[in-house]
Design a protein around this ligand. Structure first.
Ligand code: NAD
Length: 371
């Protein structure tokens, strides 16, 4: 009897449902192959939830998320809901679920598939074979620190204020996520800070060193100031394995790293919460791209970012490494065969739609499984 994994699927808006359909086909393939049993609940988030319930994050969705082993999200938002007040916009549903599940670690891999290396704006030899992981702290730092605000001073001028705050438990838990990941990869972690200027990141650096010395003797831990890290990411990105950094630095560096790969339609992400005593942690997997309303409903969307988000789920929530490897190899083969959706189209390649890209991946999975 295969293991039962509870997954909450939130297709969301725009291209979300289309790309999610392709993931559901891959889930069904794994089940048919006897690898796993998924207990899937489908829920509402974002605009779809607003239309059905009046709010972007129904209580039912939150309850289902908490009862699941992992959540897979398509994308939320679209012009239909753009004029709604800020606190009931579709994107609030996404921020709300991240907050309610305490998802403090954002994992953004930047992987360049050989067949797409030429799509990068950087030279081929700089990005070919790139495989790095950026771990961004997501619930603390300057985006949340108190005090904050804008105030008028006695002389009539105004002052804007935000506070960069991290406590030792916040630093240690994100450090652990990064070092655990690195243990399954190249065992190298680069912690990015601004310890030459900001006391808060002096503490960050000290706690990372302590954590490595006390719990991760096998990890090769290095440190880099964020200004240098941004230069190194475009100069020689392959020097990195896992990078770990604060909320704001991670926000900026992960977008920079994303661009090394050349395509939004290929980028997955994961957000993880704290592990409980049994080692279970809340986890949300989603593509980096949005709901792409300009191409929604036309069989034009690239489903690979969402499929790759699902392989992250297999790796990080279910420890199903062989199955994740199989799907990623199938994607690699499909790309090597010149099959492309419009967003990654290259001269001489074969242009296909969302469904046909799903077909191609499944066909390769069949071929790989047969050996
Ligand atoms: P977007 O990522 O949706 O689209 C940017 C461009 O990339 C568009 O031209 C789109 O067609 C293209 N694109 C994106 N994903 C693609 C895919 N899988 N295949 C092929 N092409 C793809 O960003 P946007 O246009 O700035 O935002 C559209 C909506 O999505 C907005 O309402 C925004 O708030 C929302 N959004 C949601 C998320 C999320 O759910 N996590 C993230 C970003 C934006």
């Amino acid at each position: 009897m295969a293991d039962v994994k509870k997954v909450l699927v939130l297709p969301g808006d725009g291209i979300g449902p289309e790309v999610m359909t392709q993931v559901r086909r891959i889930m069904a393939w794994l089940e048919d192959a006897g690898k796993v049993k998924f207990e899937v609940t489908e829920g509402l988030l974002g605009g779809a939830a607003i239309d059905a319930t009046g709010g972007p994050m129904p209580e039912e969705t939150l309850t289902a998320a908490k009862a699941s082993d992992a959540v897979l999200l398509g994308a939320v938002g679209g012009p239909k809901w753009d004029d709604l007040p800020f606190d009931i916009k579709p994107e609030r549903g996404l921020l709300g679920i991240r907050k309610e599940l305490g998802l403090f670690a954002n994992l953004r891999p930047a992987v360049v598939f050989d067949a797409l290396a030429e799509a990068s704006t950087l030279k081929l030899d700089i990005v070919k074979g790139l495989d790095i992981m950026i771990v961004r702290e997501l619930t603390g730092g300057i985006y949340f620190g108190q005090p904050r605000g804008i105030e008028t001073l006695p002389d009539g001028t105004r002052k804007g204020l935000n506070s960069l705050v991290y406590t030792t438990p916040e630093i240690t838990r994100i450090g652990k996520v990064a070092m655990d990941l690195a243990m399954k990869r190249g065992k190298r972690v680069c912690s990015v800070d601004k310890a030459n200027v900001l006391e808060c990141t002096v503490l960050w650096r000290e706690e990372m060193i302590k954590l490595q010395q006390e719990q991760y003797p096998e990890i090769d831990l290095t440190h880099m100031y964020v200004d240098n890290a941004s230069m190194q990411l475009v100069r020689n990105p392959k020097q990195f394995d896992v990078m770990v950094t604060t909320n704001m630095f991670g926000d900026i560096l992960s977008d920079c790293a994303a661009m090394l790969t050349g395509s939004l339609g290929m980028l997955p992400s994961a957000s993880l919460g704290d592990a409980d005593a049994q080692g279970k942690r809340y986890a949300l997997y989603e593509p980096v791209h949005g709901s792409a309303p300009d191409i929604a409903g036309q069989n034009l969307a690239n489903p690979l970012a969402t499929i790759l988000s699902f392989t992250m789920m297999l790796r990080y929530s279910f420890d199903m490494m062989a199955e994740a490897d199989l799907i990623e190899q199938a994607i690699q083969n499909v790309l090597n065969a010149g099959i492309r959706t419009g967003d990654i189209m290259q001269e001489g390649a074969t242009k296909v739609g969302t469904v046909e890209m799903g077909d191609a991946v499944l066909k390769e999975m069949d071929a790989l499984a047969k050996g």
